[in-house]
Design a binder for this molecule. Structure first.
Ligand SMILES: Cc1cc2nc3c(=O)[nH]c(=O)nc-3n(C[C@H](O)[C@H](O)[C@H](O)COP(=O)(O)OP(=O)(O)OC[C@H]3O[C@@H](n4cnc5c(N)ncnc54)[C@H](O)[C@@H]3O)c2cc1C
Length: 523
């Protein structure tokens, strides 16, 4: 049992919604976040140049003709079937620098692969040079200063396996296979964020290889703009080869889960909305709709069992007709294991848990029976109180982080999954502005500007300064043409391969998969 059961099976972004089914994938995937060639770029013309790079790096180097290429290019979300130009499993910092310099010289986009769990499949990109950081998985814990330093490809389970034995933890997500940097650089939808802030709030230092191949140390007072930008702005600014994270004492999580099935989902949501309007920092809560099981909510309290029982009594009273399942747990290194799948997702920022929002969500739940999942996770306490412009991460103020997700195993189920996500992502549009970028499909520049709100212009300026050719664009990236003052413009070529992959042949079953979906709702 882990401390975070707030998982959903599918999710999708709102671009699907706007464009309609036929064009949804192309629009969402062909927008700013995708492989595009900067104006005036020249692709490499012979394999000799790649041979030279292969000969200069210490790690494994794969090209399309290499054996193992097809396995290596797979990412967790099988919806993305992309063909990189080459994949370099970098063995050390010099390998990373050589790859970045090569990519810059030849105007080849870079895709950074950490844990390979991007819902948007960003760890691989058509025509890109993939920098695979799997070998960057060292974890160094200093229990005295309560700091952990992790390599840029470290997974959550590797981090926790090193910190839990000394009774320490840093806020992370629920799946042990997810990359620490991939999660933390985008912000993080994490456990215990009410007490300790979210993942990016706990970054106190980093080492970054910039598009120029320069190795920079970031931290308070060191490369201030970049340090600000990597705390929420994702992998847009370079390859993070090391992250330093603050640690906190592990606390026991005491939780009550109330299951409603398919009965009065709107009523249960409204009560949930009331209960989370004001919470102690120790509380973590989420409302979940599973396509098979229906609705449930889980509320937990980090800390003392007596204080937890006293707090949870109010939830028992509010949901008095439903007997809760009670449990106590501590973080588990592996967390939940979510098997590789094909999934569509959408996330959004909801301005409030108003009657209208609840109506839409309740309709989505019923329409999504057997198809899609929804999750609304509370963001409260310390994470909510950090100033909006203190970091690039824009989901401040108390709210609900929501995710819609729909997965498919058979080709005939794909359309219903994508359509459900598209329809209800669109229905949430009037209340959906900000969102957690890691819970979005590849999104249009307009959407990303909306998501980051007041922080967007500074992000675009930092991007323009450190990555003017947009080398690192296998991301929810910042299209500089939207930053009116910088005068930069990119010739963006949508790559025809950036579409949903064909689903697996019917009859081949997949193990149960979890997917998060997230919207962020101000309460
Ligand atoms: C099963 C599952 C469960 C999840 N649960 C949670 C959760 O509980 N909370 C949460 O917040 N999110 C969660 N996510 C979302 C997750 O945070 C993102 O998908 C994240 O991008 C995954 O990082 P990765 O390194 O595994 O992915 P990758 O596909 O390897 O990387 C994705 C992108 O992250 C950036 N990146 C990764 N590493 C680096 C680096 N070292 N330097 C620079 N850029 C880098 C790059 O842009 C890269 O393309 C979950 C996703 C899945 C599939």
């Amino acid at each position: 049992m882990t401390t975070d059961r707030t998982k959903l099976r599918y999710w999708t972004r709102r671009e699907f919604v706007r464009a309609g089914l036929a064009t949804a994938g192309a629009l969402a995937l062909g927008a700013c976040g995708h492989i595009r060639t900067p104006r005036g770029s020249s692709a490499i013309e012979s394999t000799a140049e790649l041979d030279e790079l292969a000969g200069r790096i210490r790690g494994r180097f794969l090209r399309s003709e290499s054996s193992g290429y097809d396995d290596a290019r797979k990412v967790w979300n099988l919806a993305y079937d992309r063909h990189p130009l080459a994949m370099a499993r970098c063995a050390d910092l010099d390998d990373v620098r050589r790859c970045v310099e090569f990519a810059r010289r030849h105007s080849i986009p870079v895709a950074i692969r950490g844990g390979g769990h991007s819902y948007a499949g960003f760890g691989v990109a058509d025509g890109a040079l993939q920098i695979d950081l799997a070998a960057f998985n060292t974890v160094r814990v200093d229990p005295h200063s309560r700091v952990v330093s992790v390599g840029g490809g470290t997974r959550i389970k590797e981090l926790l396996a090193a910190t839990l034995p000394v009774g320490l933890v840093t806020p992370m997500g629920s799946c042990g296979d997810v990359g620490v940097a991939g999660l933390a650089l985008a912000g993080g939808d994490t456990a215990a964020r009410g007490l300790f802030g979210t993942a990016c709030d706990n970054i106190i230092g980093a080492q970054l290889v910039t598009a120029d191949g320069e190795v920079l140390e970031l931290g308070p007072g060191r490369n201030k703009d970049l340090f600000w930008a990597i705390r929420g702005g994702g992998g847009n600014f370079g390859v993070v080869t090391r992250l330093d994270l603050r640690l906190h004492a592990v606390r026991t999580f005491h939780a009550a889960t109330f299951s409603f099935g398919w009965n009065d989902i709107a009523g249960a949501m409204r009560t949930f909305g009331e209960l989370v309007r004001e919470t102690p920092d120790e509380v973590r809560a989420a409302f979940d709709v599973d396509p098979e099981l229906g609705a449930s909510t889980r509320c937990g309290f980090y800390g003392d069992a007596v204080a937890a029982a006293a707090y949870l009594a109010s939830w028992k009273t509010a949901f008095r007709s439903v007997e809760p399942r009670m449990e106590s747990s501590k973080p588990d290194p592996q967390g939940e294991v979510w098997t590789t799948t094909a999934v569509a997702v959408d996330g959004a920022f909801l301005e409030g848990m108003t009657g209208n929002v609840v109506d839409v969500l309740a309709r989505a739940a019923i329409a999504g029976r057997g198809i899609g999942a929804m999750l609304m996770g509370l963001s409260n306490g310390v994470a909510s109180r950090v100033g909006m412009t203190d970091t690039a991460y824009p989901l401040r103020g108390m709210g609900l982080s929501c995710l819609l997700s729909a997965q498919w195993e058979r080709i005939q189920d794909r359309e219903a999954a994508v359509q459900w996500v598209a329809e209800y992502g669109a229905a949430l549009q009037p209340w959906a502005r900000r969102a957690y970028v890691n819970y979005l499909a590849p999104s249009s520049p307009e959407r990303i500007r909306e998501v980051y709100g007041v922080n967007y212009p500074r992000l675009a300026r930092v991007k323009a300064k450190y990555d003017p050719a947009n080398l690192f664009r296998s991301n929810q990236t910042f299209c500089l043409r939207l930053a009116a003052s910088d005068g930069l413009h990119y010739d963006v070529l949508a790559n025809p391969r950036q579409h949903f992959a064909r689903p697996r042949p019917s009859g081949r079953s997949l193990p149960n998969i979890g997917l998060h979906r997230t919207h962020f709702a101000r309460l």
